[in-house]
Write a protein that binds this ligand. Structure first.
Ligand code: PLP
Length: 736
């Protein structure tokens, strides 16, 4: 499957002409432009002609244009230059203002540089963000108020996350009208090749650029400095770049950037603004059809023609990213995501967007090299993603397992560091939710509705105020009435006898029963559990899932220890299960926790008990090795070793732990072997099945290796001796 690269605001592929120019500068014209011999002069010609082109493209016949390593360096140089000048002016008794103003949506390089140099130089100025409106543009009224006190103003020409194009003329007018003498830096990184530039004609003092955002290589950039604006070199030494930026020039980068600038001047390599806007409109149309719940986060009229930022109701940016990536479409989250939690975008938050739009944002960006065939292919792939997302909304996450063949299962619901569980049975057409994390009500309602299941109960393991409120919110989302007993337990239920003779309430879920064991009721372990979780033995419960047996003589149902499959213990720990049945018979019970315990959401009871015991005995060594983060590390298989591993182990099972929506969007085949789908969220349900053959080699993989590492660790802790994670996931196994 060919990549559809839609992340051009992060970086862009190098223009073929730029590659040729760089190779020429490395292989033929490799001289040092400071040398006076012919080799040096040839290199100097490349340097000079690149600078002349830069002046023409930037509209900068006057002032300095120097080559450097990129925008981050350009920003440092601009800030250092401004702060050194301000210090001198103040020492000379001039009033220069005390504020360092920056747009609230600037790239982090800007406020970080301001804070850094302010501290290093002891300038003692105050940093203040200029607010932006809902369209992402600077609030000019706020700027007008602040401008008289501003020593420096930093704004961007266009935002990298949203594509919002700033009103630079408006900002210049405000500075002019308020009589501000503030030095003005405009980060032009995202503007090059997409917006017209006439730098020398305006009052902008500093304008940094990065080559790699427009088809030049990484590590080459430019800084424009207005004629007469203060300047202090960041690097001194051999006096290169007229002593403005010392260090032997990056000639391959400069030659490549020169080729890109030549293409910009020549005018036919890159698409026009109107052509790019038409391409964006086609992408918008495809996205709207594919994702009916889509909302765009920047108005078109004030956005780069190459950038879209959107959110889809009911989907997190992590889900969308995984879906697009599985379909070979490379996009970015509009927010900084970690595996556990998606941090909302500060850019979208500054625009005042509601949390679901800032934490669910996705950025899609293309470059001016795009053509209609590329946009056709991108639209087709977006349509495919939409079909898969709609199928997922129809219950794919709750599909019967192709690995175990069972029509009942358990889906892990995770969010905000907590785990909940959805138990379902397709033959009974019913499901039960336990400890569903807050904020997932709409998703759960969609899944259940899509799979056509009736919700038999909405349960919790805690009966505190938060637990009750969470259950009420889910019941409301599911359209259920509010009435339910403690822990959400139905008013009417049957009873079942446990191995220790106690009779506890239970509800049927297809051929299985779910029994409720309140912590105060449990055997000898209950007091200990109460001590561990701080509850007084009341207010917490746990649930047992297994196959009840009819005791014909007694006319009652029994749930013997050997018939138990799973236990849902919430945050209270597995000790509540002590004494329910003989330890040996209970060892294989899969314990599902309310938060990670030993790095896993679930494990075998025997393993949970062993880790509780080792936690209590401080000199016991953990069973698993430790990774760099201090977390236990599972056995890891490098992609280069995969072929040999599979050849050595003909019985190895390849397991794709990506979610159903991702495998649907792009099924994974490694070395011609089709993987079995076992989403991480369904691992608990499959532990029994996989542990039945604890020596059979398992190769677990996902998109990047994070989720498969967690799955392998979970299997290892539960007692599987041969579960490997494929390092780097399919991202690094592309050649396989
Ligand atoms: N400014 C903007 C708007 C950017 O998008 C970026 C890069 O993402 C930078 C500055 C920093 O550029 P570089 O990392 O190339 O130095």
């Amino acid at each position: 499957m060919q990549d559809i690269y839609l992340d051009a605001n992060a970086t862009s592929p190098v223009l073929p002409a730029a590659i040729d120019a760089a190779i020429d500068a490395m292989a033929s014209c490799f001289g040092n432009p400071s040398s006076s011999h012919a080799g040096g002069l040839r290199a100097r010609r490349i340097l000079d002609s690149a600078r002349e082109r830069a002046r023409r493209v930037l509209g900068a016949p006057f002032g300095r244009v120097l080559f450097n390593s990129g925008a981050t360096e350009g920003i440092q140089t601009a800030v250092l230059s401004a702060l050194c000048a301000l210090r001198e002016r103040r020492l000379a008794g001039e009033a220069c203002g005390e504020l360092l103003l920056y747009g609230a949506t600037e790239h982090k390089a800007v406020p970080e540089s301001l804070a850094h140099w302010n501290r290093v130089l002891g300038a003692g100025l105050a940093l203040q963000a200029i607010p932006v409106g809902a369209d992402g543009r600077h609030d000019l009224a706020a700027l007008r108020e602040l401008a008289p006190r501003a020593a420096m103003v930093c704004t961007m020409a266009a935002n990298n996350e949203t594509g919002a194009v700033s009103d630079l003329d408006g900002i210049a007018r405000v500075l002019e009208e308020s009589g501000s003498r503030a030095l003005w830096m405009v980060d032009c990184v995202q503007a090059l090749g997409k917006l017209p530039l006439a730098l020398s004609a305006g009052r902008i003092d500093y304008a940094p650029f990065s080559g790699h955002k427009l088809h030049a290589p990484k590590g080459i950039g430019m800084l424009y400095v207005r004629e007469g604006a203060p300047f202090t070199p960041l690097l001194t030494g051999g006096g290169q770049e007229a002593a403005q930026r010392s260090g032997t020039e990056n000639m391959a980068g400069i030659a490549a950037l020169g080729a890109v600038l030549a293409a910009l001047e020549e005018g036919s390599t890159f698409r026009s603004h109107a052509a790019m806007a038409a391409m964006r409109a086609r992408l918008v149309q495809a996205l709207r059809k594919a994702f009916p719940g889509i909302v765009f986060n920047t108005p078109d009229e004030h956005a780069l023609p190459t950038t879209l930022n959107f959110a889809v109701a009911g989907m997190q940016s992590r889900d969308l990213l995984d879906l697009f990536d599985a379909a070979g479409v490379r996009v970015s989250a509009g927010s900084a995501c970690s595996a556990a939690k998606a941090a909302p975008s500060y850019v979208l938050e500054a625009m005042g967007l509601p949390p679901w739009r800032s934490s669910g944002a996705v950025r899609l960006s293309f470059g001016p090299l795009a053509d209609d065939a590329f946009i056709d292919a991108a639209c087709a792939r977006i349509r495919r993603c939409g079909q898969v997302a709609q199928a997922a909304a129809h219950g794919a996450a709750l599909a019967p397992s192709s690995l175990s063949g069972q029509r009942h299962g358990v889906l892990q619901l995770s969010g905000e560091g907590r785990h909940g569980w959805l138990l379902f049975d397709h033959d009974a057409g019913a499901c039960v939710a336990i400890d569903a994390p807050a904020g997932q009500e709409a998703r759960i309602a969609g899944l259940v509705r899509g799979a056509g299941l009736r919700v038999a109960a909405v349960l919790g393991t805690a009966d505190d105020a938060a637990g009750r409120a969470g259950r009420a919110a889910l019941r409301a989302a599911l359209g259920l009435d509010a009435s339910a007993g403690p822990f959400g337990w139905p008013e009417e239920s049957a009873a079942v006898a446990l191995a220790d003779g106690r009779r506890v309430p239970c509800i049927a879920l297809g051929a299985q029963v779910l029994a409720r064991v309140d912590r105060g009721d449990a055997g000898p372990g209950a007091a200990q559990a109460a001590g561990i979780d701080g509850s007084a033995g009341t207010g917490r419960t746990c649930y047992l899932l297994g196959s009840a047996q009819r005791d014909v003589d007694a006319g009652k149902d029994r749930l013997p220890a050997a018939a138990l499959r799973m236990a849902f213990v919430g945050l209270g720990g597995a000790a509540a299960l002590d004494g329910i049945g003989p330890a040996r018979a209970m060892d294989g019970v899969i314990v599902c926790h309310g938060a990670d315990a030993g790095g896993s959401a679930c494990t075998r009871l025997a393993a949970a008990a062993a880790s509780a015991a080792s936690a209590a005995a401080p000199d016991c060594r953990p069973a698993a090795a430790e990774g760099a983060t201090g977390d236990p590390a599972p056995p890891a298989l490098q992609p280069v070793d995969l072929a040999a591993f599979l050849a050595r182990h003909g019985d190895a099972l390849l397991i794709d732990v990506r979610e159903a929506i991702e495998s649907e969007a792009g099924a994974a085949t490694l070395y011609g072997r089709r993987a079995s789908a076992l989403p991480l969220s369904r691992l608990a349900e499959h532990l029994h099945h996989l542990l039945a053959a604890p020596q059979r080699p398992l190769v677990l993989f996902c998109r990047s290796g994070n989720r498969s590492a967690r799955a392998a660790l979970c299997l290892q802790r539960a007692g599987h001796a041969n579960a490997w994670t494929l390092v780097g996931g399919i991202a690094l196994a592309d050649d396989c």
